[in-house]
Ligand binder design. Structure first.
Ligand code: SF4
Ligand code: SF4
Length: 347
């Protein structure tokens, strides 16, 4: 038995359908689905000044295999040779620790007012997080809870996330299915469905929708499609574009230029949204010739969309043979070269 007993919720891991992959594996017996994680494991935790300032708990492991991952040593635990984790922590102990950390001088100085679950993807540890939050609410009624997600949850899990969180930060990777698959390895439909559920009903809980812009992948057509989709749901949803920095499998790709970030804000405004952008634009890089050649060959697998095929090209030269990417259906799921990739460059 890998998992310590932490309430009846542990049974969710028995036939795991916590996220939209719905793998149905028995994580309690050590079986592994797309996320490859069995028991809930904490990768790192710290007071964090980025809004909303918080005591941030980074959960290890992720249900996506994003090519641009900034936290790849956390997200690709346990398969990545550089994967790191602190280990399991008793939920009550973590809840009390979070309250104590928020109330330290440093916590007050940065304006921390909540525990913030990030990752990796916290959805894959949802029952554990619920247990932490239950103890946290018993300990304090002053401080809040944020859930940071890629949105690839089942309907049931998304309802549970809404119930436990005061605020949600939502990473919206792409609107078009070919681009979403090429970047993450997962289809986009559950993400769009969850945005359609959250924005009209729980707008007050959405801290912001974050859109990371990768040059040559997110073209103006894609940015407009994302903005129109969000604006149709509610024009007042807060949107923040983040500038891509070369990392992980995309370590040699160019960073997002400032003009792309400014153009994205203009497009958002044309669609009626109030958007901002942040990050460090203009980091140097170039598309390796072998990636460009591969992308040409993959165009037909990504509906002729050049940006998606380019991302597919990066995955292909790194060893991913399954295009369009679909990590659950992939024969290499348990020995995935993307999950094992070790980047030299970090920006
Ligand atoms: S990928 Fe999702 S459904 Fe599959 S085992 Fe992990 S959390 Fe469960
Ligand atoms: S090799 Fe398979 S499991 Fe790995 S990223 Fe590609 S499609 Fe996903």
């Amino acid at each position: 038995m890998l998992v310590r007993v932490w309430g009846g919720r542990v049974k969710d891991l028995r036939n795991c359908k916590l996220c939209a992959w719905e793998c149905g594996v028995d994580r309690l017996e050590g079986e592994r689905g797309v996320c490859r994680v069995t028991e809930p494991v904490i990768a790192a935790k710290q007071l964090h000044p980025a809004p909303p300032a918080s005591y941030t708990v980074f959960m290890a492991g992720c249900n996506y295999r994003c090519l641009n991952c900034q936290n790849w040593d956390i997200a690709h635990y346990p398969d990545n040779p550089e994967g790191r984790a602190l280990g399991y922590q008793d939920p009550k102990e973590l809840a009390v620790e979070a309250v104590n950390m928020i109330e330290t001088n440093q916590g007050r100085m940065i304006g921390a007012d909540r525990i913030f679950f990030s990752g990796g993807e916290p959805t894959i540890h949802l029952p554990y997080i619920e247990q932490v939050v239950e103890h946290y609410r018993d300990t304090t009624d002053l401080w809040k809870v944020n859930f940071d997600t890629n949105g690839f949850a089942t309907r049931k899990s998304m309802r549970r996330i809404v119930k436990l969180a005061d605020s949600i930060t939502f990473d919206f990777k792409a609107y078009s299915d070919p681009l979403h698959r090429a970047i993450t390895g997962a289809r986009v439909e559950p993400v769009l469905r969850n945005l359609e559920f959250l924005i009209p009903k729980y707008l007050d809980k959405i801290w912001e929708v974050r859109i990371l812009l990768i040059p040559k992948a997110h073209d103006t057509e894609e940015i407009r499609a994302m903005c129109e989709f969000l604006a149709d749901l509610d024009e007042s949803v807060p949107v923040c574009f983040l500038a891509f920095r070369p990392n992980f499998v995309l370590e040699r790709h160019p960073g997002a230029p400032k003009r792309l970030m400014e153009r994205a804000v203009e497009i958002a405004r044309e669609c009626g949204l109030h958007a901002t952008w942040s990050g460090m634009p203009g980091i140097n890089g170039s598309v390796p010739p072998e990636v460009g050649e591969c992308a040409d060959k993959l165009l037909k697998h990504y509906d002729g969309r050049k940006g998606a095929a380019l991302m597919g090209g990066y995955a292909r030269v790194t060893g991913c043979r399954n295009h369009p990417r679909d990590c659950l259906a992939c024969d290499d799921m348990a020995r995935c070269p993307i999950k094992r990739y070790v980047a030299i460059r970090r920006t």
